[in-house]
Structure formats: C-alpha cells, structure tokens
Design a protein around this ligand. Structure first.
Ligand SMILES: NC(=O)c1ccc[n+]([C@@H]2O[C@H](COP(=O)([O-])OP(=O)(O)OC[C@H]3O[C@@H](n4cnc5c(N)ncnc54)[C@H](OP(=O)(O)O)[C@@H]3O)[C@@H](O)[C@H]2O)c1
Length: 216
C-alpha cells in the first residue's frame, strides 16, 4: 500500500485557526496540485473532526479527465451525518470506518456507502490499511487532520509527505499539523529526508520521505 500524507500548513506548522477554520491556508497553485494528487491515488482518507468541521466533498476538480478517489472516513463514534457532502457524489464510493462501540446509524445507507466496523473502539491504522487492500485499494492520500496525521506517523506506514507551506503565521492558537506523538526527547524525533522542494507561488512544497530514527 502506498501511503501519502498531504498537509497544507502555515510557516509555523498550523493547519487550522483556533476556531477550526482551514479554508484556505495555501493558494490556488498548491490547491491545484492537491487535486492532481487526489487523481493519482485510489483513495483519500480523513478523520471525523475534519469531516464534521469542514464537510469536504473530497472529489477531484480542475484536472482533465480527473478521477475522484474512493473516500475513507475514520469515525470511531459513527458521527458522520447523512447530509455529509462526501456522500453526494454517486460516482465514487465512501468507506465509513467506525469503532466497535459506534451506534448503528438511524438512516439507511445509500448504495455508494460501505460501513466497516473495526475490532477496536478506535480504528487502528494497520487494520484499516489491510481492510482497504481487500477492496483492491493500493494507494491512499491522507488529508488530515492532526490526530489522523499523528496516528499515521506513529504507525510508521507512511511512504511520503507532501507538506505545502504558506508564507503566513497563525500563532499558538492554531492547530499544529501533527497531534500528540508522546515524544519527550530530541533523540526520539521522527526524521525525514527532503527529496524535493518546489515553489508554488506564493507557497512552497516540500516532498519528504521518512528515514529511520537517529537513535535506532
Ligand atoms: N490544512 C490542512 O491541510 C487540513 C487538512 C485536514 C483538516 N484540517 C483541519 O484539521 C482540523 C481537524 O483535525 P483534528 O486533529 O481535530 O481531527 P481529525 O484528525 O480530522 O479527526 C480526528 C478524529 O478521527 C477519529 N479517528 C478514528 N480513527 C482514528 C485514528 N486511528 N487516529 C486518529 N483519529 C481517529 C477520532 O474519533 P474519536 O475521537 O471518536 O476516536 C478523532 O476524534 C479541522 O479544523 C480541519 O479544518 C486541516
């Protein structure tokens, strides 16, 4: 499984304001490249907070003959509403991954929605990826938010990060792009190699690959 993480952050690494607003941190050139990345991956994955706060449609726009990926929603408590925009697109499927304690929905699942119940209260990343392989999904673009990014980083199953950096600063009230990793020492940081830098005026793109921890 090819796992790519995409982040659109400010210079100080924030992906949303304190009030949860993230539209738009980067400019049109960066956003266009994100649509190309969506087109190039079979699936796109987000967490339930991003779904509830942003209500994204998660389709591919502005790409000639662009295909929209399958949408995957990690939603331990099964909070996705029937009206979620990502369910409006009849042409691409949504896989709704809920935890084992999630209540059954009180609405009928549309034909473009598959509901998977994980053995854990919160779906574990390695389990999710193995389930997606069963659907013949072999590439996935992870689009946040911070808690989901942290879980993927902890899983060590990421192949690549596309980090779009906008030349703006949000300050401490903003949400950092990666949630808690439980790291206390500099020796334990997760480390990456920069494999490409591209200016996407006014933003910058860093393409990164994970490398082994320095003390491993
Ligand atoms: N600029 C950007 O690139 C960008 C991209 C995406 C989102 N955002 C912003 O990020 C914010 C949301 O981020 P967030 O960190 O609050 O939430 P999030 O990562 O979008 O979603 C977290 C939720 O996903 C559920 N989940 C299920 N399985 C999980 C797992 N294995 N690991 C982690 N979470 C799992 C959890 O539900 P339970 O708590 O029920 O377990 C958790 O509360 C929004 O403000 C959005 O606008 C920005």
């Amino acid at each position: 499984m090819l796992v790519t993480l995409k982040v659109a952050a400010t210079l100080d690494g924030k992906i949303a304001s304190g009030s949860g607003n993230s539209k738009w941190i980067t400019g049109p050139n960066a956003r266009q490249l994100v649509h190309r990345l969506r087109h190039e991956h079979q699936a796109i994955l987000i967490g339930s907070e991003t779904l509830l706060k942003d209500n994204p449609s998660l389709n591919t726009r502005g790409i000639h003959q662009g295909t929209s990926p399958i949408k995957v929603i990690l939603d331990s408590r099964g909070r996705m509403p029937r009206q979620a925009k990502c369910l409006r697109d009849d042409e691409s499927k949504t896989i709704w991954v809920v935890g084992r304690k999630a209540p059954d929905p009180d609405w009928e699942l549309p034909s473009n929605l598959i509901r998977l119940t994980s053995p854990g209260v919160r779906p574990e990343i390695s389990w999710v990826l193995s389930q997606l392989e069963n659907f013949d999904i072999h590439s996935i673009l992870v689009e946040g938010g911070a808690q989901v990014h942290a879980s993927f980083l902890k899983s060590k199953l990421i192949d690549k990060i596309y980090l779009f950096l906008a030349p703006r600063v949000l300050g401490n009230e903003g949400l950092s792009w990666c949630g808690e990793l439980g790291i206390e020492n500099l020796m334990d940081t997760l480390n990456f190699k920069i494999i490409r830098i591209e200016q996407l005026t006014p933003d910058l793109l860093l393409e990164l690959q994970p490398i082994e921890r320095l003390n491993d």
